[in-house]
Design a protein around this ligand. Structure first.
Ligand code: SF4
Length: 567
């Protein structure tokens, strides 16, 4: 293909001027496409530097193209470019092109998806004598519904975001369903509808979408997307069935009855969805077998083919319309922001349009998912999951004990190091626990009052890093942080020693997952305790029983976060 088929003459001229000014150095531009998918209006972003490359790319908007100039005959992407360009494409339909500095050749690492979509037309649907009036028995014409549907139609056709406040009785769900579904069907796109309540999800699933389907008379599929923790994990279930993971006597009679029912149900369920259980499961019972990202063995799991959660991923990939709740939606966005769009951990597949219904609480939900937290309780819980002595009162076996029970140290190349690290980890974890408790207790002592009310206090950088009154706290924080780092080093060394067994022993991967959780805890701890990022507000909470101290950093402006991952 000739370069002029994809780059307008003006755009090549602009790029040429920049290249001349900068001695043909590799540079990054962003640009748009015209109606013929021709690149136009390039905008210089920066010289190409690996260090700030990722940050530079955040300035590129939806449906735009990244252009990196290269030396002639070097039109091939680096591994980093391959990865990032795929993310950009998946995230916001951003194309990625390499352009030789002699402006003679180019290569699209990622080309755009069809930019120019079929427009939707709902002209005949909502009027007094429209399709709805003919198809729905007892249809009542509502001017607001018709207007709302038209606003949505126009916003879709013009690729605009739209916010609508509609009173009850407007018929709002059909007003957005019909244009959105028609657009999804005609353009082969995926739409997500995120609601705040289960009631509305059920209404959409059982009533409104089937009704819309009968009216539109098009073939499309829709599915309800639930959070991962709603599904049973086959691997954990299997461990529970063979009595490997718990000591059943520790549970109450009621909990034991639930476990027995779950053991029967788990062998015959086709969905693994806990909503099928005829009782409200105790959280500590469900925790034994629920699917979680942290404990999932991913591709190494022997049950992956039968995994309920993995099966739902396929359904979600194939569906045209996904119904979800705000929490699932923002949890997914948060994973996208944190894992650089690592598809293994995403909850939702790639989508093209989002409709938030019942959106009044959406800001607080979004904010909570982009907040960073550490607490005394979460710290203790994490340490207990890593190692707890075998003890009659302990319900679950910790990750270290599971490794110890399943590895034959004689099989390991460095069995001496294994034994040394295993014992050191067990000894050091109780020291770490004490140091952590001292740090959180120091905060409690400083900020607690004589009342029984919960305490909330905002924290600022100056006070936390400079105040003379907080010197002891800062000392304790430094000791804690350095002990956390030492323990992380120990865990990593242990992980290296047992790594050779990971192909045959899932407990090694389980330990590795705990190592990642521990590292994530340290990262959050460091981030909050630096009090450096002006885009965040920091505060602490102490509960009324004074048993927990929670430190939180919340982004002040979630619009910026959302603009990189959503818009
Ligand atoms: S793939 Fe993950 S969630 Fe599924 S059964 Fe295996 S460990 Fe559990």
């Amino acid at each position: 293909m000739d370069i002029k088929d994809r780059f307008s003459e003006e755009s090549l001229q602009t790029i040429k001027e920049y290249l001349q000014e900068n001695n043909n150095k590799s540079m990054i531009f962003k640009a748009t496409f015209d109606d013929n998918e021709l690149i136009q209006e390039p905008f210089f972003l920066s010289l190409y530097k690996k260090k700030n490359f990722e940050e530079t790319l955040t300035k590129v908007g939806k449906n735009e193209v990244v252009i990196r100039t290269t030396k002639p005959n070097q039109l091939y992407p680096s591994d980093m470019e391959l990865e990032l360009s795929e993310e950009l494409y998946n995230r916001r339909n951003i194309a990625y092109s390499l352009l030789s500095s002699d402006l003679d050749d180019f290569y699209f690492v990622q080309d755009i998806d069809r930019l120019f979509l079929e427009e939707v037309n709902i002209e005949n649907y909502f009027s007094k004598d429209g399709i709805l009036a003919k198809e729905i028995k007892g249809f009542e014409y509502r001017k607001e519904q018709e207007e709302m549907a038209h606003y949505i139609q126009d916003a879709i056709n013009e690729d605009r975001k739209i916010i609508i406040e509609a009173g009850t009785g407007t018929g709002k769900t059909l007003a957005y369903l019909i244009p959105a579904i028609k657009w999804a069907v005609v353009n082969k796109k995926k739409v997500i509808i995120a609601t705040n309540t289960i009631n509305l999800q059920e209404q959409l699933l059982l009533k409104d979408i089937p009704l819309a389907k009968s009216i539109i008379k098009e073939d499309f599929s829709y599915v309800l997307v639930k959070g991962r923790s709603n599904y049973l994990c086959k691997r954990l279930f299997n461990e529970l069935s063979i009595g490997r993971s718990i000591d059943i006597e520790i549970f109450s009679m009621e909990a034991r009855e639930q476990i027995e029912c779950i053991l029967k149900w788990g062998n015959k369920t086709k969905t693994g969805d806990k909503a099928e259980l005829p009782f409200e499961v105790y959280p500590d019972v469900w925790e034994l077998i629920q699917s979680t990202t942290e404990l999932c063995l991913g591709k190494k799991c022997p049950y992956r083919k039968e995994c309920f959660y993995m099966k739902t991923r396929m359904e979600k990939m194939e569906a045209d319309i996904l119904i979800s709740n705000h929490h699932v939606f923002f949890a997914d966005l948060n994973v996208r922001a944190e894992t650089d769009f690592d598809s293994e951990y995403l909850i939702l597949p790639r989508y093209d349009m989002v409709i938030f219904d019942e959106a009044h609480n959406i800001e607080s939900v979004a904010r909570s998912y982009f907040s960073v937290e550490v607490s005394k309780i979460s710290f203790t819980r994490l340490l207990n999951r890593i190692y707890q002595k075998k003890n009659k009162r302990k319900k679950e076996k910790s990750a270290l004990i599971r490794v110890e029970d399943t590895i034959d140290e004689k099989d390991l190349e460095d069995s001496q190091q294994y034994a040394y690290l295993l014992n050191t980890l067990k000894e050091e974890i109780s020291i770490l626990q004490n140091i952590g408790d001292e740090y959180f207790d120091e905060i409690r002592k400083i900020y607690e009052t004589n009342t029984e009310a919960p305490i909330r206090k905002s924290l600022n950088n100056f006070e936390m890093t400079k105040s003379r009154f907080l010197e002891t706290l800062r000392d304790k924080k430094d000791i804690f942080q350095s002990k956390l780092a030492d323990f992380l080093t120990l865990m990593m060394s242990f992980n290296n020693v047992i790594d050779e067994e990971k192909e045959k022993n899932p407990e090694v991967i389980n330990f590795n997952n705990h190592l990642k959780m521990f590292k994530a805890y340290i990262d959050s701890f460091k981030f909050i305790n630096s009090f450096e990022d002006d885009n965040y507000i920091y505060w602490l909470d102490i509960n009324s029983k004074r048993t927990n101290v929670l430190l939180t950093a919340t982004p002040l402006n979630i619009a910026e976060k959302l603009s990189t991952v959503l818009f």
